[in-house]
Design a protein around this ligand. Sequence first.
Ligand code: ADP
Length: 399
Amino acid sequence: MKILVLNAGSSSHKSCLFDLAKDNSDAPNPLWRAALDWTHQAGSVELSASGGGESVQQVLPITDKAAGIEAMVNTLVEGPTQVLGSLAEIDAVGHRVVHGGRDYVDSVRVTEAVKATIQRLIPLAPAHNPANLQGIEAMERILGDTPQVAMFDTAFHARMPEAASTYPGPYDWVEQGIRRYGFHGISHQYVAQRAADMVGQNIADLKLLTCHLGNGCSLAAVKGGISVDTTMGFTPLDGLMMGSRSGSLDPGILIYLIRQGGYSADQLDTLLNKESGLKGMSGLSNDMRSVIEAMDQGNAQAKLAVDVFIHRLRREMGAMMASLGGLDAVVFTGGIGENSSLVWQRACAGFEFLGLRLRDDLGRTKDDQDIAAADSAVRVLVIHTQEEWAIAQACLALG
Ligand code: ADP
């Protein structure tokens, strides 16, 4: 079954094509991959694609997102990256959709009603749901009535107990839907299942702490296969310190900034989402590699940024362990989680009292790995997240 996956964002689109059999238990390499970068240069888009052992990169004079998606999809059937004779060979299209609100606890086949719900939820995800919907509509135009599936970033967290999902504001908030939704659910769900497979146990019997540390960072407490707590909340701004987002703050700081600094909602949005976190604190970059490099060269602000990142990470890891009531394995994923031995070591050093011990010979490998010492009481797994493959699997399951 040939499945096209689209991850449509506001400034980039990523897509890949899988050829899946019913019994794929490991993620295969996609037949084709492509991306659109809308930030490359005003008035144009950068298209890169690879397939059939070839790759191309070109800048196209396109500003319309749907036209960009069409140009990207056409590299499947023409040019050096061609892997299909015709687009009619595509059996299904899977989409990552950021917000499914309280409406979706699982992936769904896209219908007019599903599109209307994604549209209705735009106020909850103003930067993401419009782009996701646009991606679905562009694929409808290109591929006609090929079945489409939406997999929501919130869905894995939708079974959280009420005590974990409710914010302690006025009760009105419960009715208004102001609650913890959680995000990165596709990744947390994939790595939790992969962790269970790696330790050779049923996920129903495990207490897992999954750490997705990329540009955005979040943790999930996965008990018996269900997300029972997570650090992102009503929006992806809650919880851990991130690349350019602050994570949790004393809400009194916002009241102070509004009263004393005359900040507007839009200014606060930019400040907390784009000018905080590693970028705001280091004054250098939202990229962990650059911040660590500056710290190693003696930059004090970069060192403080890394120290705060680690402190917040450990603190929230502790909170997730309390929600789990135990711990069988910690999983690291995302760009930072998959690559940074400094983060593994410093995050885990807080939990030696649990009998958690890392191996001495830590290093990045291409394969998923267990970095805990043989006698550690808790396994520590580094897993390459496979969100696109998880979306393709959801298509297969609904197909
Ligand atoms: P996104 O959330 O945008 O998908 P990624 O998951 O690719 O982002 O994560 C990007 C982050 O991963 C950046 O902060 C980057 O510096 C970090 N990263 C990648 N490789 C390393 C590494 N070897 N050491 C530390 N951080 C790394």
